[in-house]
Design a protein around this ligand. Structure first.
Ligand code: FES
Length: 260
């Protein structure tokens, strides 16, 4: 897919949580095609320690307002600077990058699809869920968080599909981890998509493999260039070492060495 370098204008920047903000950006031109699972690289100005762009998952593309949404976890100088952006600020963004989740074929419309997200890994699940819904599927979400205050964008997920929740402290949904949720025992899913902390994704991958469910994971390896030049994002797969930024971030678990 063609990549673009766009100067985008901030329309909103909402603090959803002490550690997260939702940044909305628009462009004078119609936003290019972006696929669920892809990411962008944000150039962060005015921070001496942020020479490199920051890779951020595509959270949502609102075609009605021509807006790109990015869910930012505020964990370093660069992302904290992004948390300070105000409406009207101009941000340079390279997009879209990486591959995407697989959308099942039209004849598989009755497939049961489960989208599992944890932490900032819920971000690409919103984009994926909206694309699946628009394609005629009925996505089911399973969101994992530490506590109810850490469940992000719940109203947005609820607009798109059925939402199940686990929290570690039991303050919302079922207590425990996503792989303990009763929906996994009560429903047989045909396909699982997941993004979040690696231990969570590995547990999901083990569950999917044991149940013979097709499963795609979106890896969050450290990235710098985002275009296959620096090799800092390499993952060992059954086909050898590959750059997550160009060959991923989405992988079928059968390609990974996690389960072998
Ligand atoms: Fe540089 Fe992937 S981030 S090669």
């Amino acid at each position: 897919m063609k990549k673009y370098m766009l100067d985008m204008k901030v329309t909103e920047n909402n603090r959803l949580h002490k550690n997260y903000c939702l940044l909305k950006l628009t462009s004078d031109d119609t936003l290019p095609e972006m696929l669920p699972g892809q990411f962008v690289q944000v150039l962060v100005d005015n921070s001496p320690t942020t020479f490199l762009r920051r890779p951020i998952s595509i959270n949502f593309v609102d075609r009605t307002t021509n807006e790109l949404w990015l869910l930012i976890q505020l964990i370093g100088d660069g992302t904290r600077r992004m948390g300070e952006y105000r409406p009207g600020d101009i941000v340079n963004i390279m997009l879209p990058l990486g591959n995407s989740f697989t959308i099942p074929a039209d004849e598989d419309k009755n497939q049961k699809l489960l989208l599992i997200g944890g932490g900032v890994g819920t971000a690409p699940m919103l984009c994926l869920g909206s694309v699946l819904k628009n394609a005629g599927f009925e996505p089911v979400f399973l969101l994992g968080a530490r506590s109810k205050d850490d469940v992000l964008q719940l109203d947005e997920f609820t607009k798109i599909g059925t939402v199940h929740i686990t929290t570690e402290d039991g303050s919302l949904g079922e207590k425990g981890y996503v792989t303990n949720h009763s929906v996994l025992k009560n429903v047989h899913f045909d396909r699982i998509y997941t993004c979040g902390p690696k231990p969570m994704m590995m547990a999901v991958a083990r569950y999917a493999a044991a149940e013979s469910i097709t499963c795609e994971v979106s890896l969050e390896n450290t990235m710098a260039c985002g275009i296959g030049a620096c090799l800092c994002c390499v993952e060992n797969t059954k086909e050898g070492h590959v750059c997550v930024c160009t060959e991923g971030p989405v992988f079928n678990i059968e390609k990974l060495t996690w389960l072998s």
